[in-house]
Design a protein. Structure first.
Length: 558
């Protein structure tokens, strides 16, 4: 082609043989010194093998051609479609000497007439990324590779020797798929990943802002491999499939370490896996970010600053109780205070706080840990959950002996915590003496700030929240849906609260063993706002929608 001289070749060969450039051959050295380019090499190879070259820069390819050459084939053989029509497909490849690739493409592509052109490797890579997605893998792309491609997952022969061990010896693509499912959940702000085996399919769902959303799900044939891979990562036994197991996965996403709490549960169609993504960003929230309005915030700041007594946060599972308690601890965490927590499990590690992990296997129960920690002379004690009489008794005694005790309890409302403690077996006079306040809470979704727009709730919603449509100063709003909130109109969550303060009149009612209805009536007389009333205030303020509050709270008694 007249592009190089004998002197150019001799000089390049001498430089390579000198050993200064161990990773380069003669051709590589001439490209590095810009005597020739990669395009020149491609052209020379094409001439040598009697093939035409094609310049792919700025080329437009019809969708029909892209569909004929699927993603997994394009990536595997480094080939891109150039033209398709009348049963003829023109494909660009990078190496005209690779006869195996050309034979394989003619075999796997369902086209009668396949012709090949030669293009530079750089241009082919650019078009693969352009037509089939960027180099950053997505779950959808990986699923296409795994289901359409010819990837061997290394499944063991059922019932054969060593079946359990061989079953999980999966190919790298499946490992990448599992990690990408987790990464995509994290990027979409999901709090949980649910992998659920159904009769004819495997379902994957993310819980985003409290709502489950189904995402791209792998085929049923990958079920055992995916579940086994997750169990290995979580240090769970892959041989045991009959009983529930718990584990933990720690990995990095975009350089940021994340922690997942993993639980497996045997179901009729296989093991169901739920992974809770533990994100520390919610722990350092101020009380305002948690959803407290000014008056409730002042009340709560006064409560968590008390020297002793017990403060219970109540609500169902997933209502944000732990986040509220951690935010309280963060608020009062100072060098002059000793804070100890007993949790099962320790979800988040907090600086400056002594945290104890419960282990039933070795006898370190809530009660045993709580007894021991009281000998450590703490100022503040946080108990993950009051579960039984023994734990409750020690917590109450700690509150009566000069400690500030935080804990959670599963009840429907704040006054119901009194009845729950009595039902556990605590004497009413001890509940009355130790208690300072009970806080009930629920979570509602926050309106997306990028697409918020004025909106008037319908008459039924206003009636359910007891709101006047003509009330001055209202800011009724909703999200219309945008990319920021994934078209939902909501991004993030905050709490609605019910704060029940314990004063002398309430203590007398508790001591007299009055009913929960009477306690609630007294709380309302003292000015306690119900969960729905607190939610209604936040609807008026334009923080959430009426529909969210109605779904999360129960109507007040008329």
């Amino acid at each position: 082609m007249g592009l190089v001289t004998n002197e150019d070749v001799a000089q390049a060969r001498a430089e390579v043989e000198s050993g200064e450039f161990p990773d380069q051959g003669v051709i590589d050295r001439m490209i590095a010194t810009q005597i020739i380019t990669g395009a020149h090499i491609t052209q020379a190879k094409a001439i040598q093998f009697g093939m035409e070259t094609v310049d792919l820069s700025g080329i437009k390819v019809e969708d029909e051609a892209i569909q004929v050459l699927p993603r997994h084939i394009a990536k595997k053989y480094k080939a891109v479609p150039v033209f398709y029509g009348e049963g003829k497909l023109i494909v660009a490849i990078t190496d005209p000497s690779d006869l195996d690739t050309m034979d394989s493409l003619r075999h796997v592509l369902k086209v009668d007439d396949v012709e090949f052109r030669v293009a530079t490797e750089e241009q082919v890579d650019q078009l693969i990324n352009k037509f089939y997605g960027t180099a950053e893998e997505s779950v959808a792309g990986m699923l296409q590779d795994l289901t359409e491609g010819e990837i061997d997952l290394g499944f063991a022969t059922p019932g054969g020797p060593g079946a359990e061990e061989e079953e999980v010896e999966t190919d790298a693509p499946l490992i990448k798929l599992v990690n990408t499912i987790i990464a995509e959940a994290y990027k979409t702000r999901a709090s949980d990943i649910h992998i659920e085996p159904l009769e004819k399919r495997l379902r994957v769902r993310y819980r985003i802002d409290g709502c489950l959303q189904e995402v791209n799900s792998p085929p049923k044939k990958l079920q055992n491999a995916i579940i086994s891979r997750l169990k290995i990562q979580a240090a769970m036994s892959i041989a045991e499939k009959r009983i529930p197991q718990d584990g933990r996965i720690q990995l990095e996403i975009s350089g940021k370490p994340i922690d997942l709490r993993v639980n497996s549960l045997p179901t009729v169609h296989g093991e169901s896996i739920v992974m809770r993504i533990l994100d520390k960003s919610g722990l350092k929230l101020g009380l305002t970010e948690l959803g407290f309005l000014t008056d409730d915030q002042q009340t709560f700041e006064r409560l968590i600053g008390l020297p002793d007594g017990i403060l219970l946060v109540t609500g169902p599972t997933g209502s944000g109780k732990t986040t509220t308690l951690y935010s309280c601890l963060n608020y009062i965490n100072r060098p002059d205070r000793k804070i100890i927590t007993v949790e099962d499990p320790v979800e988040y590690v907090l600086a400056g706080i002594n945290q104890v992990q419960v282990s039933e296997v070795i006898g370190l129960t809530f009660a045993a840990a709580l007894r021991a920690m009281l000998r450590q002379a703490p100022n503040v004690v946080m108990l993950g959950e009051i579960r039984d009489m023994e734990t409750a008794t020690i917590a109450i005694n700690a509150a009566l002996t000069g400690h500030l005790v935080f804990s959670t309890l599963h009840t429907n409302d704040a006054p119901g915590a009194v009845q729950r403690l009595v039902d556990i077996g605590i004497k009413p006079f001890l509940v009355a003496s130790a208690s300072r306040a009970f806080l009930a809470q629920r979570l509602v979704r926050r309106i997306c700030k990028k697409c918020i727009a004025p909106y008037m709730p319908v008459e039924a919603e206003l009636k359910a929240l007891r709101l006047d449509p003509n009330l001055p100063g209202t800011n009724y709003s909703r999200g219309v849906g945008c990319e920021n909130c994934n078209k939902t109109g909501h991004r993030g969550r905050f709490g609605v609260f019910e704060v029940f303060l314990i004063d002398d009149s309430v203590r007398k009612l508790i001591f007299d063993k009055v009913s929960g209805v009477a306690l609630r009536a007294r709380a309302r007389e003292m000015g306690m706002r119900s969960l729905r009333e607190d939610g209604a205030r936040k609807v008026v303020a334009g923080m959430t929608t009426a529909d969210e509050v109605i779904k999360a709270t129960v109507a007040d008694e008329v």
